[in-house]
Every structure is written in C-alpha cells, then in structure tokens.
Design a protein around this ligand. Structure first.
Ligand SMILES: C[S@@+](CC[C@H](N)C(=O)[O-])C[C@H]1O[C@@H](n2cnc3c(N)ncnc32)[C@H](O)[C@@H]1O
Length: 370
C-alpha cells in the first residue's frame, strides 16, 4: 500500500525540484571564484542562461548587473513556457511584460521568452541595449531555437531542471561549451557523467562542498501540507518560500583555484599514530575483500606513501586536485565496468566489502605525488 503512495510523493517532489530557484549569493560566490582565478573569464563572451525565468531569476539579474564589470559581449536568457511546466498555478505576467507593446495574452502562457543584452556598438563603453521577445516555441532547451542560442554562446550558466540534469549536461557537452550548472552530488557517478570526471573534462565548482543550500520556491508550487522549508518576508512584505536541499554542487569546466590546491597528507604510519578518526588511529587501513584497493574512509586520512589504488568517499571530489591524484574508477555498484579491473568479479557483489560487510559506494584514486 505504502509504496505506490511514496512513489507518487517522490515523483511530485521531483517535479517540484524542477522549479527551485537559486539565490543571488550562491551564484555570486561561484562566479567570483572563477573570476578570482581568471579576471577575464567572461570578457568578450556571450553568456547564455537557459531554463531561466526572466523576471524572477537571479541568474539573469546577476549577469545583467555585472554586464559592464565582466566585459560581456552579450547576455542571453531564455525561459520555459508556463503551459509546458508541470506546475502552472499562480502564473501572472509581470507589468514589465503587460505594458510592453509586444505583450500577447496567449503567447505569455504558451511560448518561452528571450531576453538579450548587448553592447551597443557605437557606444561600446557603457550603454547596454535590453531586448525581450517571445520565442517561437516553448523554450525547451532541446528545441532547435534554444540549441541555436547554445551554439552562439561561449558560456552556459544555469540551474537546470533537476529531473533533466542528464539530458541537459549531454546537450552542453554535445555543443562543446564552457559551462557552470547546478546539480546533485549523486550525479557524479551517473554513467554519462563519471567518465567526464575521470578524464578531467568536468569537475566540481568550489563554492559549495558540504551541507545544504536554500532555494526559492515559487508560491504556486508550494505544497502547504508538506512544506518543511522557511518562510521569510521580502521588502514588500510578501512571503518568500525557501527550501533546503542537500547534496547540491556546481558542475563545471571553468578553471578555479581550489582544484589546484594540494591536500596536505600524512604518511600511513603518522595517520595510525595521529589520525583524528577512531577508525584509523591505532588501527590502520584494510583492503577490500572484493576490490584490489585500500579502503580509506575519510579524505583527510589519505596516506601520502601508498602508491596503489585507494577507495575514498565520493565527497573526495570536493577536494580533488588533478595534479595530485588520478581518478581510476568507482565501485561497480555505480556502473558496470566502472572499477577498471579492480573488482573481483567472482565475488558477485558490486558494493565494496570488508570482512563481508558492505561499505558505502567509493571512488578509486591513485596518489601521483606532491
Ligand atoms: C531548477 S529551476 C531553476 C530556474 C533558474 N535557472 C534558477 O535557478 O533560478 C529550472 C527551470 O527550468 C524550467 N524547465 C523545466 N523543463 C525545461 C525544459 N525542458 N527546457 C527548459 N526549461 C525547463 C523550469 O520550469 C524552471 O523554471
């Protein structure tokens, strides 16, 4: 009885997650980290913000406000038609739209919208031209018109719909774009994602590496019976609904300083003597029953003098420095063939085992040296 009910709830939650909106400060911290590494990262670039919401999105606001400062060539932001969304409740076109001569009472529900900001060629220094219009279709990122915008863009930044993360990343990779997008840490070991991580084609962004983040939920999609978030008032006294989401990460191929900082490590003997983890201190390290690798249950317990394969928690990727470590695979529980020959297939158990006890999923790494 319970299961189908839960399945329906989970499905409803998944759909709701597709409508979670990102806070300005979260966007700012991540983009600032890229700018710290390369102050010209956005200079003369066309930035596309797909899956956005022109009026309510902090992505559009952030890049529009910083257009001059970043030296952008063009900003394009697109939104998805309300009629194509799973949740259509509470939609109201803004005054900005209804007062515009372009306003169309049908298209406002059935078509996506596009917003562009460009440098006016004649007065390159500080004049921006803001334009908006309806898209021909509903603004689905996979549509030919949004795909053409992808192809025009140099950099893509967004928080894509949670349920379409795989398809969204595939769409970016196919377009060979520079990007920064929000996803869940669990996506790291998706079959389509993990090979991109091991080959250093994509990595985690620096600004979120633990805990949770609060996202804004439009009032129309709040499930008031189950809402567990926080309600705050804005300056106009309106309720704004925030929901904490765990496991959030930025996925990117934009360089940042954190991925070049080496982890400071102790030798195995020193870990056994001084580790703050009771599982290591005075005990040491074990090998798995069914993988040719050493179990290292904590990233800060990685020994500096072991040159074989080591299994570490997935959160290691928050600290991963490709000059210091090589990622050689993951447990077979994440995907068939992921362990690159480390698995003892005859064990028939894809989860890592120690003394026949199952351990949480691991990724396998090798220390390259300092
Ligand atoms: C997680 S929300 C994030 C919105 C915004 N980028 C932000 O973070 O503030 C994802 C947005 O993508 C829209 N969306 C859902 N499916 C889409 C699709 N197939 N193509 C484009 N956008 C879609 C949702 O309606 C929602 O507005």
């Amino acid at each position: 009885m319970d299961k189908p009910h839960n399945a329906i709830l989970n499905q409803a939650q998944r759909i709701r997650n597709d409508e979670f909106y990102t806070q300005y400060a979260d966007i700012q911290s991540e983009m600032n980290a890229y700018l710290d590494f390369d102050p010209d990262v956005f200079r003369d670039k066309t930035v596309l913000l797909p899956c956005d919401d022109l009026e309510g999105s902090n992505f559009t606001k952030f890049f529009a406000q910083n257009f001059e400062l970043f030296g952008l060539k063009k900003l394009i932001s697109t939104s998805y038609a309300v009629e194509s969304k799973q949740y259509k409740k509470g939609y109201q076109p803004t005054l900005f739209e209804t007062r515009s001569p372009l306003f169309d009472s049908d298209k406002t529900r059935t078509n996506g919208k596009i917003f562009t900001l460009t440098r006016v060629e004649a007065e390159r220094t500080n004049i921006n031209a803001l334009k908006w219009d309806y898209l021909d279709g509903d603004g689905d990122f996979r549509s030919p018109e949004v795909t053409a915008l992808r192809d025009e863009a140099d950099i893509i930044v967004t928080n894509p719909p949670f349920s379409l993360f795989r398809a969204f990343l595939a769409w970016i990779i196919e377009g060979k774009k520079t990007f920064s997008i929000i996803g869940n840490i669990n996506a790291l070991t998706y079959r389509e994602v993990f090979p991109l991580i091991t080959s250093n084609k994509i990595w985690l962004g620096p600004s979120i590496s633990s805990g949770d983040r609060e996202f804004i939920i439009p009032e129309g999609i709040v499930d008031f019976e189950r809402f567990t978030g926080i309600i705050r008032q804005n300056e106009k006294g309106e309720n704004i609904y925030f929901q904490k989401v765990v496991g959030v990460r930025w996925f990117t191929n934009i360089e940042h300083g954190k991925r070049h900082q080496p982890l400071s490590l102790m030798t195995m003997a020193d870990n056994v003597k001084f580790s703050k983890h009771k599982e290591i201190k005075g005990i040491g390290y074990r090998k798995y029953d069914n993988y040719d690798a050493l179990e290292v249950p904590f990233t800060d317990a990685i020994p500096s003098d072991y040159d074989g394969a080591m299994g570490v928690p997935i959160s290691f990727l928050d600290k991963y420095n490709p000059e210091q470590f090589e990622i050689i695979g993951a447990t077979e529980s994440e995907g068939r063939g992921f362990s690159n020959g480390l698995w003892h297939e005859e064990s028939k158990t894809p989860q890592p085992l120690i003394d026949n006890n199952r351990i949480f999923k691991r990724i396998f790494i090798r220390y390259k040296g300092k």
